[in-house]
Structure formats: structure tokens, C-alpha cells
Design a protein around this ligand. Sequence first.
Ligand SMILES: [Zn+2]
Length: 184
Amino acid sequence: MPRAHRIISKGTTDKHAGAIGQLNAPGDYILVVRGIPRTIVMACPDGCGETITVNLDQRTGKAWHKYERNGKLTIYPSIWRDTGCRAHFIVWYDHILWCDSTDLASVTIDESLIETVFNSLPTDSPIHFEMIAKLLHAIPWEVLWAGNELVRRGRAVVVNKNNFKRSSNRDIPPAAGGCINLLA
Ligand SMILES: [Zn+2]
């Protein structure tokens, strides 16, 4: 069965057991809600036939965050099966971005968000992009991708892959053949 490139909502339920029978195609998912969102139960989008349970309840240990914007679902961080098919993917606005593909390279981020992220970057100690996302009420993926774009443009620097700050002049390597100060 081919890999899915989108997730499809099959509604909500209050029981995990009842969810599995309603999943037909890879990427189908059900939200389990009891008082608060508990889990996302999803037919593994790579088509292996297994079911993935994504915990959303921070009280029960390691949990993912979900963001709903314009009726579309984003999940952070990535979903990585460490057994079985070892599928590794990102859910972003109902899209499935496969981590072993070029999907991420095809994502474009709004210029306005890139500017907003730049304006939030410290000039001294780098801060984690998740922290910036929290301050901006933004989706962490987009802050990360905007940060990476700012690094590409020479306007930001990244430390340990995740911590960003504005680049100062001394962070930018001097252009070859630039102004040479004869008095130095
Ligand atoms: Zn799978």
C-alpha cells in the first residue's frame, strides 16, 4: 500500500478501543477525548497496517502537542516508530512530511512569519525555538523552519541545532575581496 501524504480525520471518540475499527486507510485518525484530548489513534501512514497511538495527555508522561488551525491538525514533535516499520514523519496542517524524503525542502514559510521570528530573536544568548514559539503562540515547526531560513540568509545563527539568536556583524564571515583596511 502506498504511503499517505495527508491525514484524514475520522472524528472523535471517548474510547481507545472503539477507535481502531474505524480506521480504514493509512493516515486515517481518530481523536480520543475524555474531558480533555487524550490520544490520537492513527492507521500508520506508511501502509504497514499497524496502529499508532500518539499521547496528548501531559499528565501521563511524554506527550505530543497538537495545534488546530483552520480546521487542520499539526502535531509536534515528529512521530517516530522505533519498532516495526520505523516510520518517521511530521504532521503539519494535515500534511504528512516524511523525514526520509525531500518533503521538508518543499515547505515554504510566510515572509511575515520569518520577520516576526527575527524580531523575537535575542541578540545575546541563543534561545530554543520552542521557547520562541511559545512567546509568539506559533507552531514550533514553523519557528524552527523560519529560524533555519534566517540562518541561510545570514541574519541568524544557530547553536546545537535548536537555539537561535540574531547574527552580529562578527558572526558574518567577511566577504572575499571586500574592503581591506590598509591602516590595520
Ligand atoms: Zn508503519
